[in-house]
Design a protein around this ligand. Structure first.
Ligand code: MF3
Ligand code: CO
Length: 262
């Protein structure tokens, strides 16, 4: 069932979303050579709780952490481990928070230090695909418009588009209807209406699109061992058009100014 949210409910989703944005920015800044994925999880949990939110992933179908950390060939749902990052790693971080019963959910991918140009291209293209998908979000558009815009970015460079995992509606639940695939036909699929909120989350691989799940039952990897990137935002469809609830507000970004002394 697709739920239609009110302005008040979107305001709660915006608080949850801003917390998720701050979590991702904080984790990205903390991630560096020698830092463990469990340490990043602890940082994320602290940020979420300090802002009066609850980590939505923790306990979700038994999931044991507050964020997903998915290095290199891990596509999504990597469980934070004692693995310590090294120069050249590609890390996807997915975070979710709940504020007064409403969810925000977003993900980013970044490299630790320098990576080869094709890896940069994979990361940048996946982010651009998310932007292209969001540009299709308006009342009256269809989910096929989003999926088509997303997959077109991957096809330009021959990247594999993950099909087994998709975006989703979001609200009082992290995962609501409709499913939001990263592929589609323009003009086809569910119509977008005001009051809906959806998560768009392209997952592109440097190699093929096929996936596999590791024995822990969570970790989704590329079947061919190739690198993978994942970006996600939560988007609310308002009277004024799409509002990205998980976008880092300028006030939360690095506006610090240290006056020169003397
Ligand atoms: N945030 C993920 C998504 O985009 C789901 C996380 S699964 C969890 O749908 F188990 F880690 F919560
Ligand atoms: Co999601």
């Amino acid at each position: 069932m697709i739920t239609i949210k009110s302005r008040k409910e979107f305001e709660k989703m915006a608080v949850a979303g801003q917390t998720v944005a701050v979590v991702l920015e904080t984790v990205k800044r903390a991630a560096g050579p020698g830092v463990s994925l469990k340490e990043l999880d602890a940082i994320a949990a602290e940020v979420i709780r300090s802002r009066g939110c609850t980590p939505s992933f923790l306990g979700y179908h038994g999931y044991p952490a507050s964020i997903c950390t998915s290095p290199n060939s891990v596509i999504v749902h990597g469980i934070p481990s004692d693995y310590r990052l090294i120069e050249g790693d590609v890390l996807s971080v997915d975070a979710g928070a709940i504020f007064e019963g409403f969810h925000g959910d977003a993900a980013i991918t970044f490299s630790v230090g320098e990576v080869p140009p094709e890896v940069k291209l994979l990361i940048d293209t996946t982010e651009r695909a998310l932007t292209a998908g969001i540009a299709q979000v308006k009342s009256g558009a269809r989910l096929g418009d989003i999926g088509y815009a997303v997959e077109t970015e991957a096809h330009r460079h021959g990247f594999g588009v993950v099909r087994e995992y998709v975006g989703h509606g979001i609200g009082r639940q992290m995962h609501e209807d409709p499913q939001v695939p990263n592929y589609g036909k323009p003009g086809m699929g569910t119509k977008i209406r005001k009051g809906m909120a959806i998560c768009i989350e392209p997952m592109f691989n440097l190699g093929g699109h096929e996936t596999a799940v590791e024995p822990d039952g969570w970790t989704v990897v590329t079947a061919d061992g190739s690198l993978s990137a994942h970006f996600e935002h939560t988007i609310a469809v308002t009277d004024r058009g799409p509002k990205i609830t998980t976008l880092l507000a300028a006030a939360e970004d690095d506006l610090a100014v240290t006056p020169a002394s003397g």
